[in-house]
Ligand binder design. Structure first.
Ligand code: AKB
Length: 319
């Protein structure tokens, strides 16, 4: 039986990854940690430790205490927030990763840490972006992601650490809101559609980006960590996608269920510049071939589920 540590458990992905891992491996085998205890209030059915992941000593003590075998490092300041404070973004994003890798090396743990479409930049081929291609991001978030991919590959080849990663697209969920990302509009639009039947989008028409529904994102993390290592040609990091759309397409899909829904536009220049530097759609055939990546949700199926779940919250007065 594996002992798993999730670092950054209170974030958008961590808050749904922990319950999924606890279902798979048992509550007591999955330790949740976050710098903010309040964000993990719903994870009280298993062990929790408050942890600033940039504090290597405390991080190491927790790994020892729970005899951890696998670390999921979900700590990150996202792309738009990162541009507001690049030094902090580097310190947090790289600090958490560096500690995860060093502690994994010393304690023989495997490490999952997400990369992102943000690892690509304006010189990357935009359509059907290849698995192995030019990566010259112009955001600090992207610089951290490329550095993280390289560092994780280095720890694998040099020290034999079992490092694995995916390049996540925008992740859409109805549980925890994202914060400070360029793709956040694709979550906010569903909440506003239920609450006000209208939404003002901060990215322009025609801005195509890869996206994914949270159940597929969670499945990807665990499926890759469980994959047969002999089948993995790549490690850090795999392109994965489930759909690619622009704001007009998501608005049209929502309008099929809420006919009065209207989308307006008020473009945020900083976010638009970031979105323009990212791929329109990625080629994820390497993930399909090497570990069986196979997403379940497309835009239509995700929209039905999102609207249903958010409507339930609205009816209960939770939002
Ligand atoms: C962001 O928009 O910063 C993230 C991402 C695509 O990595 N959602």
């Amino acid at each position: 039986m594996k002992n798993i540590l999730v670092v950054g458990a209170g974030g958008q992905i961590g808050s749904e990854l922990v319950p999924y891992l606890r279902e798979q491996y048992g509550n007591s085998n999955v330790v949740a940690t976050d710098i903010d205890k309040k964000k993990c209030a719903n994870l009280s059915d298993g062990p929790f430790e408050q942890l600033d992941a940039t504090n290597g000593k405390e991080f190491h003590e927790i790994v020892k205490k729970y005899k951890i075998d696998a670390i999921y490092n979900m700590v990150a300041l996202l792309s738009a927030t990162g541009e507001k404070n690049p030094e902090l973004a580097w310190k947090i994003n790289m600090g958490a990763l560096e500690n995860s890798l060093n502690i994994a090396k010393e304690n023989n743990c495997s490490v999952f840490t997400p990369s992102s479409i943000g690892a690509f930049g304006p010189t990357t081929p935009m359509d059907n972006t290849p698995q192995d291609t030019i990566m010259q991001p112009n955001t600090i978030y992207g610089v951290c992601k490329v550095s993280g991919e390289l560092l994780s590959n280095y720890y694998h080849s040099r020290f034999g650490v079992d490092t694995r990663s995916v390049r996540f697209p925008g992740i859409i969920s109805n549980v925890t809101l994202p914060g400070g990302g360029t793709t956040d509009y694709a979550v906010e639009v569903y909440y506003e559609a239920i609450k006000k039947q209208q939404y003002t989008c901060n990215l322009g028409k025609g801005t195509f980006l890869d996206m994914m529904y949270m159940p597929d994102a969670i499945k990807a993390c665990v499926q890759l960590m469980e994959a047969d290592p002999t089948k993995l040609i790549h490690r850090n990091s795999f392109n994965i996608s489930a759909m690619s759309f622009d704001p007009e397409m998501i608005a049209d899909e929502i309008a099929k269920h809420i006919p009065e829904f209207k989308m307006a536009y008020d473009v945020d220049k900083a976010k638009q510049a970031i979105a323009n530097s990212w791929p329109n759609s990625m080629d994820d055939s390497a993930a399909k071939e090497e570990w069986g990546w196979n997403p379940r949700y497309n835009l239509a199926a995700m929209t039905i589920d999102m609207l249903e779940k958010i409507q339930e919250k609205f009816d209960k007065g939770l939002i």
